[in-house]
Design a protein around this ligand. Structure first.
Ligand code: GLU
Length: 525
């Protein structure tokens, strides 16, 4: 085996990729990149009954969205291809045969009725039926039957499976990078099915053969595969192949910390459990995705990296590149990792601040256009005049939106938060917050606002600094309380006592719009 690091993500296309699958892919990616290795995508679609249309594309799109693309896989650098197990079908039989020849596997002809009978019989006695060394000679297989009987069955086309012959009275010494040494008594293992007479290998055989042929150096996968490790070790030994190193990642737990986070938890608990939105091809049901819910891939990746791993320092914010440098399988925990949907929001807030304002503005502009269209539509219906800002509604300048974004993004987590905080930049308030009105309007408010209007109108060189100087100097020299001026002024502009700096707002919406909004409030004062 080569000493190059080659890892693989090997999902089965049975539906959308669960967030836990994305974490597995991410850890594989980080490990590969850290060691200048190769990240392979292999599609494990041997179970055609569970195949779901569109699932493979969804997996690829999810990895691409997270910026963790695979180096080798279907339609990409097909050095060890094909990478879909359904296209490798023809390969596996000879390996099953090889194990039979070497005495590590055998044909079994037991019908499903017989096996069901044994299972139920054991259940009734409070036991579990295990097909292995202790009973295999009493069952129908090539170890219990004569050579002629076996050949007759094969020639007659009887259904069969090929089972691994798990040894008796041995202790296996397994190693896992995360879990250390594990000892397994072979007497408790069953003779797992490796191959079926429909010509298809089971997961175990296909997985081992492919990992070997694809020269995989490290198998990094979820904890749910730990029970298969003993068989996988034995298969490598039986073939005489060097086994890769194994690392089984900890489970991802529900937000309560109890129980595994499942695919159904998304609907139940109110947060997405899928990276991208997924439309079930059969039912048409839609499951929410992090992307469509407004999360940035950087937030997703940073959040997922901490599900089971930590850098051993206080640092929480990691770019993908920093993660590649810091990542170490030795620092992955055994204990389950609690999924905290608030934490990914925290990361999203952070990465919001790092987004380019222009690209945020482009996204936000389409929301603004929609909102204004709705507002304009309503205006026509009710025939009420809505006072508009200087910028014509249907042609909001993206540079203007960019300036708005710069003023508010510090207080946002999602682009969908923007309108709530900045709608007044695009449309004059149509109503005022009741409590704020009570607080801000005093007997002399109309008089004060009339003066402010004049001051704003008098600013020739229309800059934030000049506006601020004009109003503030007037306030100071007339010894008026700041609140008496600034509160109603803000209310006039925003409709509430919130928002960014008043002078930034005035500058942005312009002189005429400011005066018009002050007039609207004076009419109420
Ligand atoms: N096809 C398995 C899955 O769906 C792969 C397990 C493994 O990585 O060995 O997760």
């Amino acid at each position: 085996m080569t000493t190059d690091v080659r890892v693989r993500f090997a999902p089965s296309p049975t539906g959308p990729l669960h967030i836990g699958g994305v974490r597995t892919a991410l850890f594989n990616y980080l490990f590969a990149k850290k060691h200048n290795g190769t990240f392979v995508l292999r599609i494990e679609d041997t179970d055609q009954t569970r195949y779901i249309e569109g699932a493979e594309d969804y997996i690829v799109e999810s990895l691409d969205w997270c910026n963790i693309p695979f180096d080798e896989g279907p339609n990409r650098n097909e050095k060890f291809g094909p990478y879909r197990q359904s296209e490798r079908k023809h390969l596996y039989k000879k390996y099953a045969d090889e194990l039979i020849e070497k005495g590590h596997a055998y044909y079994a002809f037991d019908t499903s009725e017989t096996l069901d009978f044994h299972r139920k019989d054991h259940e009734a006695k409070g036991k579990t039926f295990i097909y292995n060394w202790h009973n295999r000679l009493k069952l129908s297989n090539s170890l219990s039957l004569s050579k002629d009987e076996v050949n007759a069955k094969l020639e007659a086309g009887d259904d069969y499976v090929i089972r691994f012959k798990s040894p008796q009275d041995e202790t296996l010494h397994l190693t896992d990078i995360i879990r250390g040494d594990i000892k397994i008594d072979t007497n408790i293992l069953d003779d797992k099915v490796l191959f079926k007479s429909d010509g298809m290998p089971t997961y175990h055989l296909a997985n081992i053969v492919d990992d070997h042929l694809m020269e995989i150096s490290h198998v990094i996968r979820g904890e749910e595969w730990l029970p298969s490790l003993a068989l996988h070790f034995q298969l490598y030994a039986a073939f005489g192949w060097e086994a890769p190193q194994f690392a089984h990642l900890p489970l991802i737990l529900k937000p309560t910390g109890k129980g595994k986070l499942s695919k159904r938890d998304g609907d139940k608990l109110g947060f997405p459990v899928f990276p991208l939105e997924w439309k079930d091809p059969k039912t048409g049901d839609i499951s929410r995705g992090y992307k469509e819910d407004g999360y940035f891939p950087e937030a997703m990746v940073n959040f997922l990296s901490f599900l089971g791993w930590n850098p051993g320092t206080e640092q929480e914010i990691f770019s993908l590149e920093e993660l590649v440098n810091a990542f170490d399988l030795e620092r992955v925990n055994k204990a389950g990792a609690r999924f905290d949907p608030d934490k990914i929001k925290w990361f999203n807030h952070h990465y919001m601040q790092e987004q380019d304002n222009y690209s945020l503005a482009k996204q936000f502009k389409s929301i603004v256009d929609d909102k204004l269209n709705v507002i304009q539509g309503k205006t026509e219906e009710s025939n009420n005049k809505i006072v508009t800002s200087q910028a014509p509604h249907n042609d909001i300048d993206v540079n203007f939106v960019e300036m708005v974004v710069a003023l508010i993004k510090e207080r946002t987590t999602f682009v969908s938060d923007f309108w709530e905080l900045s709608g007044f930049f695009f449309v004059a308030p149509s109503k005022y917050d009741e409590k704020a009105l009570k607080k801000a309007l005093k007997d002399d408010t109309a008089e004060i606002l009339t003066k402010v209007k004049e001051l704003v109108d008098g600013v020739e060189d229309f800059t934030v600094k000049n506006l601020q100087d004009a109003v503030k100097n007037w306030i100071t020299s007339n010894e008026i309380g700041f609140g008496k001026v600034m509160m109603p002024l803000r209310l006039a502009l925003v409709g509430a006592l919130q928002g960014p700096d008043v002078f930034d707002i005035i500058y942005m919406i312009g002189k005429a719009e400011t005066i018009s909004r002050i007039d609207n409030l004076i009419a109420k004062a």
